[in-house]
Write a protein that binds this ligand. Structure first.
Ligand SMILES: *[C@@H]1O[C@H](CO)[C@@H](O)[C@H](O)[C@H]1NC(C)=O
Ligand SMILES: *[C@@H]1O[C@H](CO)[C@@H](O)[C@H](O)[C@H]1NC(C)=O
Ligand SMILES: *[C@@H]1O[C@H](CO)[C@@H](O)[C@H](O)[C@H]1NC(C)=O
Ligand SMILES: *[C@@H]1O[C@H](CO)[C@@H](O)[C@H](O)[C@H]1NC(C)=O
Ligand SMILES: *[C@@H]1O[C@H](CO)[C@@H](O)[C@H](O)[C@H]1NC(C)=O
Ligand SMILES: *[C@@H]1O[C@H](CO)[C@@H](O)[C@H](O)[C@H]1NC(C)=O
Length: 391
């Protein structure tokens, strides 16, 4: 033993970078299997996940949590990966499959299945693994509380890649109160008729990048909700689903603000909406400096839509202010005649720019239409023609 330690010390001395780093890394690797998970797909492994997390979070230096391949882990209870952590640079490797208990076997609360809270500098690599939310056992009751699969709360400098999530009871991923996050190569798959199964919901967050992902679901592919800014979304293919939406804003008497959103090089296939901004009538807040650019459409029901009458609120706010919204470089087909709908509230929307938009109907011989109400802005090189757009 003594000799081994001496050798290790000598090796460290000779080759400090490669050898010691790998040694330290391996000591800070925690597999859920080593912490009691069975991976038989039948036994609840949630406690083992939590034990492995505790060790990962409290380690010194870089630290890795491994969910190994070739097995299926069952979760019957909500798990919270909670920080702040002593470890810097935590990495979660999801190599195996996680399946969530069906609705009747679920023992946790119904907010979320995996909650990651207050962890900075986290990276998640989902290569080889997947999470199945067993949503079909929950969807039949549309009004019952249903959990989202994965939620990030107050996680700064987050990076998630190569992650697959299927069949969430409700939203697949929620991002709340995070500053600095990149999501890439995310695959989300749920049926087009599954209720409220948003792909990715972003709220109260800043500097978020979502790229190179495929999202097929029953509600918004991506929804950007209150108090979010500097959100980039690129190379996403959405469909089925309800599009990439700003809002709904102004629901709960809070001053919702969304700004500096850039959605580019995305495609929508057979979705109910493409680029959408929806606000509650009489709500408060603003949506400004929003750009959708380089968008490909295939049989989309509402390719471009601003809807300020999403639902009527009882109260009489001034209405959410919508301004500085650009739709540039849209190409493709709508599912019927509607191509552009700008239904603004009585307060009006301003600085709406339509540029290089070409949307035809997928129904042979049917023209497409543009309908505007209280919308101010300019349309250049845009088909259909938007004569009702105000200066
Ligand atoms: C994990 O899930 C994928 C589908 O997402 C499946 O192809 C694979 O066989 C599953 N692995 C195991 C060990 O069940
Ligand atoms: C993110 O990380 C960078 C450098 O790694 C650091 O400077 C910055 O403060 C971090 N941001 C947050 C919000 O934690
Ligand atoms: C994601 O998967 C791709 C393709 O397999 C791979 O090239 C890339 O390194 C992976 N990214 C991460 C962060 O694991
Ligand atoms: C978003 O895109 C803008 C313009 O291309 C860029 O300046 C900014 O750094 C991007 N932000 C993120 C979080 O990727
Ligand atoms: C977006 O698409 C255009 C045209 O195909 C291309 O030139 C540009 O590099 C793309 N940008 C990104 C970020 O994919
Ligand atoms: C919108 O944001 C971009 C950068 O994200 C900036 O260059 C531009 O000035 C902003 N426009 C308005 C009207 O705020």
């Amino acid at each position: 033993m003594q000799r081994l330690i001496t050798w290790i010390l000598i090796l460290c001395f000779v080759s400090p970078l490669c050898f010691c780093e790998s040694l330290m890394r391996s000591t800070n690797t925690n597999s859920v299997i080593d912490n009691g998970a069975t991976g038989d797909g039948k036994t609840d492994d949630s406690q083992a996940f939590l034990s492995a997390w505790q060790k990962t979070c409290s380690a010194k230096g870089a630290s890795t949590l491994v969910i190994p391949s070739k097995v299926v882990f069952l979760l019957k209870k909500k798990i919270i990966f909670k920080g702040p952590c002593q470890a810097t640079n935590i990495n979660i490797q999801l190599q195996g499959n996680i399946t969530v208990a069906t609705q009747s076997a679920w023992l946790g609360d119904k907010s979320t299945i995996i909650s990651i809270t207050n962890v900075n500098g986290l990276t998640i690599d989902g290569s080889g693994g997947s999470i199945d939310g067993s949503g079909s056992s929950w969807w039949s009751c549309k009004t019952c509380p249903r959990p989202s699969v994965l939620s990030f709360n107050a996680c700064n400098n987050l990076s998630v890649a190569n992650l697959t999530i299927r069949n969430s009871p409700q939203a697949h991923i929620t991002i709340n109160g995070c500053v600095g996050a990149t999501f890439s190569r995310i695959t989300i798959v749920s049926p087009g008729d599954s209720p409220n199964t948003d792909g990715i919901d972003i709220s109260s967050s800043k500097n978020i990048l979502i790229k190179e992902s495929n999202i097929a679901t029953g509600d918004d592919c991506i929804a950007i909700i209150g108090d979010s800014s500097f959100i980039n979304v690129t190379r996403i293919s959405c469909g089925p689903g309800h599009g990439i939406s700003i809002g709904s804003l102004g629901r709960d008497q809070v001053h919702d603000m969304v700004e500096q959103v850039y959605v580019h090089n995305c495609s929508f296939t057979k979705t109910t909406n493409g680029a959408r901004i929806k606000t509650f009538q009489g709500g408060q807040g603003s949506a400004r400096n929003i750009t959708y650019e380089g968008i490909t459409l295939t049989q989309v029901f509402n390719p471009i839509i601003i809807n300020q009458n999403y639902m009527e609120l009882m109260s009489e706010g001034g209405g959410v202010q919508v301004s500085g919204v650009t739709f540039r470089g849209f190409k493709g087909t709508s599912a019927d005649d509607k191509a552009i709908t700008l239904a603004c509230g009585s307060q009006g929307c301003f600085n709406i720019v339509l540029d290089q938009v070409s949307i035809t109907s997928s129904l042979p011989g049917k023209p497409t239409s543009c309908s505007c109400m209280n919308a101010h802005g300019t349309a250049t090189s845009t088909v259909p023609n938007c004569a009702s757009l105000l200066k």
